[in-house]
Design a protein around this ligand. Structure first.
Ligand SMILES: Cc1cc2nc3c(=O)[nH]c(=O)nc-3n(C[C@H](O)[C@H](O)[C@H](O)COP(=O)(O)OP(=O)(O)OC[C@H]3O[C@@H](n4cnc5c(N)ncnc54)[C@H](O)[C@@H]3O)c2cc1C
Length: 400
C-alpha cells in the first residue's frame, strides 16, 4: 500500500539502485533539509538476488562511500586472465577491489538517505510521467492494484537498464532514439568450482564468449558467481543461458548450480542530453556503463552524484535560461568525469569483438613468461601492447 506524506515533492527519484540512492544522498548532503525529496522503487533495494557480479575498484569506491566490512563479501588482491587455450595469467595488486554484497550495500545507503530526511517507498512502480499545466511533473505510480499520482518539480530517472519512464520527455535519450546497445548478461550462483577467494577470474575466447568475456567471482568462500556477457550480435548464435550452462558443464563438471539469473547491460553511448525540463537521467538509465568491462556500479554513483547536485542548483534557480544551462551542463560534467573515456572505448568495441583467439593466446603466453612478482600494470601493458595493441586497450578497461 502506498503511503506518501505529501502529494507534491521538489524532487522525486525513481529507482533505488546505486544511481538513485547516491543521487538522493548527494542532494541531501549539498542542501540538507532544504527540499522535499522522495525516492521510490518497485522493489526493495536489498531484495536478493541483485542481478550483478558485484565487483568494484576499492580505490574508486572509497571516494564515494566509506568501506564497511558488513557489505564486503571479499577483499580482492588481483585478477586471473584466462586465454582461449587455457593459459592463465595472474596479476597481483593487494586490496585492488571488493566483491560487494550489494543488497547490504544498498541497505546502508538507503538508511543513510532516510536519516537525511528523504522519504523512501520501495513498493511503488513508476508507470507514467506527464507534464502538468503548472509546469510540474505528474508521476503516476502503481503498487499492486492501487494507483496514485504525485507531483514533482524535478524527476530523476534512475530506473536502470531499459529505462522507459522518460520516453515521452522531449529531448531526452530513449530506447528508440539512443544507442543503448543493451547486452544480455547471465550468471549462476554455483558451488564446487575451484577458485581463489581473493582474485577475480576473467576468461576470453570465441568458444563461449564472443565479443565479451566470462567471469568467475568469489562470494562466500564456497559459492561463486560465474557468468558471461557477450556482444549483442551473438545473441542468437550464442543464447546466453545455454552458452553459460555449457561452459560450466565443460569446464567445471563437478559444479553444482544453485540458481541462474540474468540482466541487461546498456553499453551504448551517445551525445544526447541527460536532462531536459527538470527530468534528469542517471546510472544505467543514462547509459553510463563502461562498454568494455561492463562495470556500472561506481559509474552509476558518479552520475547519481551529478544528477543529485544539479537538481539542487536547478531548484535554486528561478530563471528558465539558467535552468537550461544547468541541464546542459550535466552532459558536459559526465563527459569530463567518465563519459569521454567511455565514448572512446565504445568506438573501439567492434574492433575488440574481432580479436582472434590466437591473439589472446599470444598475449597470454608473453605475459606468462614474466615472473608474477614482476607483473606490474606497466609491464603487463607494455608486453601486451607489443604482442597485440588491440588487446592492450581491451585489458586496460578492466583496470582503470
Ligand atoms: C549480470 C550482471 C553483472 C554485472 N556485474 C557488474 C560488476 O561486477 N561490477 C559493476 O560495476 N557492474 C556490474 N554490472 C552493472 C551494474 O549492475 C549496473 O551498472 C548498476 O546496477 C547500475 O545501477 P543503477 O542504479 O543505474 O541501476 P539498477 O541497479 O538497475 O537500479 C535501478 C532500480 O530501478 C528500479 N526500477 C526500474 N524500473 C522502475 C520503475 N518503473 N519504477 C520504480 N522503480 C523502478 C529497479 O527495481 C532497480 O532497483 C552488472 C550487470 C549485470 C546485469
Amino acid at each position: 500500500m502506498m503511503r506518501f506524506l505529501s502529494k507534491e515533492y521538489d524532487v522525486l527519484i525513481c529507482g533505488a539502485g546505486p544511481a538513485g540512492l547516491y543521487a538522493a544522498f548527494s542532494l541531501q548532503k549539498r542542501a540538507p533539509g532544504r527540499f522535499k525529496v522522495a525516492i521510490v522503487d518497485r522493489k526493495s533495494p536489498w531484495k536478493e538476488p541483485v542481478s550483478c557480479a558485484e565487483a568494484v575498484s576499492q580505490r574508486i569506491l572509497a571516494r564515494y562511500w566509506k568501506p564497511n566490512e558488513y557489505w564486503i563479501r571479499q577483499h580482492l588482491n588481483g585478477v586471473f586472465f584466462t586465454s582461449p587455450d587455457g593459459t592463465r595469467v595472474g596479476f597481483q595488486q593487494k586490496e585492488c577491489g571488493y566483491i560487494l554484497d550489494r543488497a547490504k550495500f544498498h541497505h546502508e545507503i538507503a538508511d543513510a538517505v532516510a536519516s537525511l530526511g528523504v522519504e523512501c517507498d520501495f513498493s511503488s512502480e513508476v508507470i507514467h510521467l506527464s507534464r502538468s499545466d503548472d509546469s510540474l511533473w505528474n508521476v503516476k505510480l502503481r503498487s499492486g492494484d492501487e494507483e496514485c499520482g504525485l507531483k514533482a518539480k524535478v524527476v530523476i530517472d534512475a530506473t536502470g537498464p531499459g529505462s522507459k519512464i522518460t520516453r515521452g520527455v522531449p529531448g531526452l535519450e530513449t530506447l528508440e532514439s539512443g544507442n543503448f546497445d543493451l547486452e544480455p548478461a547471465i550468471f549462476a550462483i554455483a558451488e564446487g568450482i575451484p577458485h581463489d577467494v581473493h582474485h577475480i577470474e576473467l576468461l576470453f575466447g570465441h568458444k563461449y564468449f564472443p565479443g565479451g568475456y566470462g567471469w568467475v567471482f568469489p562470494r562466500d568462500g564456497k559459492t561463486v558467481n560465474v557468468g558471461l556477457v557477450n556482444a549483442r550480435q551473438y545473441l542468437r548464435t550464442y543464447p546466453p543461458r545455454e552458452t553459460l550452462l555449457k561452459f560450466i558443464a565443460d569446464s567445471y563438471p563437478e559444479a553444482k548450480i544453485l540458481s541462474v539469473h540474468g540482466g541487461g547491460i546498456p553499453c551504448g553511448q551517445s551525445f544526447r542530453p541527460l536532462a531536459a525540463l527538470g527530468v534528469f537521467k542517471a546510472g544505467d538509465a543514462a547509459s553510463t556503463v563502461n562498454p568494455i568491462s561492463r562495470s556500472g556500479i561506481i559509474e552509476a554513483m558518479k552520475s547519481g552524484k551529478i544528477a543529485g547536485e544539479s537538481a539542487v542548483d536547478w531548484l535554486a534557480s528561478e530563471l528558465e535560461e539558467e535552468r537550461r544551462d544547468i541541464e546542459d551542463s550535466i552532459r558536459t560534467h559526465w563527459m569530463e568525469v567518465q563519459g569521454k573515456s567511455h565514448l572512446g572505448l565504445a568506438r573501439a568495441k567492434d574492433g575488440f569483438a574481432s580479436i582472434k583467439d590466437s591473439q589472446f593466446d599470444r598475449a597470454a603466453h608473453k605475459l606468462a613468461s614474466i615472473p608474477i612478482e614482476k607483473r606490474s600494470l606497466f609491464r603487463i601493458f607494455f608486453s601486451v601492447l607489443s604482442s597485440s595493441p588491440s588487446i592492450f586497450w581491451k585489458m586496460r578497461s578492466f583496470f582503470i
